[in-house]
Design a protein around this ligand. Sequence first.
Ligand SMILES: [Zn+2]
Length: 328
Amino acid sequence: MPPIPTAELHLHIEGTLEPDLAFALAERNGVELPYATQEELKAAYSFSDLQDFLNLYYALMTVLRTEDDFADLTNAYLARARAQGVRHAEIFFDPQAHTARGVEIDTVIRGITRALDAAPETYGITTRLIMCFLRDESAESALETFEAARPHLDRIAAVGLDSAEVGNPPSKFREVYALAREAGLKCVAHAGEEGPPAYVWEALDILGVDRVDHGVRCLEDEALVARLVADRTPLTVCPLSNVRLRVVDRLEDHPLPAMLDAGLLVTVNSDDPAYFGGYVGDNFTAVRDALGLDETTLRTLARNSFEAAFLDEGTRAAYLKEVEGWTR
Ligand SMILES: [Zn+2]
């Protein structure tokens, strides 16, 4: 079956770092990894909880040093994404994870955008870039990051909020989101993954987000579901991630069908695909098999992704037509 054409709206570029590229970049930059062989590193990818994941995630990130490294990382993702049906990708990056280790934000943005600029021609993929703030860092650090990124705002479509959710509510970042909206950027935020429905309310009412990333816990709050449905606020759901990080125990128990039944505008995404067991096409296949989704439902999910994307109407219409033309 050809992969269904889709937009990927929840993808951390740092989460696409595969063991082979991590080793290659470590060698190129003379960085010593705490793993002797690729096999040893591959074994570490089968972590069992969030802390294990974050330890590996931040350890491997140290191999990303130069503009070329960020371009190579982004190109590797785009090539994989194309093979999995992605036609449009809105890509998160975490500047603070790099500036904290002495890598300039300019280096990060120049490297990623070099790959993105060539993406329509090389991979047939259109893209947007979303700058995320680490919510377990301070509000001041987010503000400093936003100011450091100002010279590059023409390359950035939106701001986002990620990392450890519980204890770091959206309201903490009210000020930087106001600045982003003032600068004409779109806004998204991770909310309602591990955090409570109250965090989704805050993301909507205080940050003014255009989309909610994850949002699966909205189902615990009927009034919140009604609000999200009425506003057609998109939710970027990441099924394989939810299983690996124990948001749900088994994919068979995933609330995706309940979310669709409730009339929510849900999309399927891969989050940190190198770490969570699959890219976006793998997520589609996994939910199809585990949840018994039929062709009509898969098509709805793909259509939703383009509806939720930050696209001009002409491009959106062309992609929606591709979805209608897809057959299993
Ligand atoms: Zn995420």
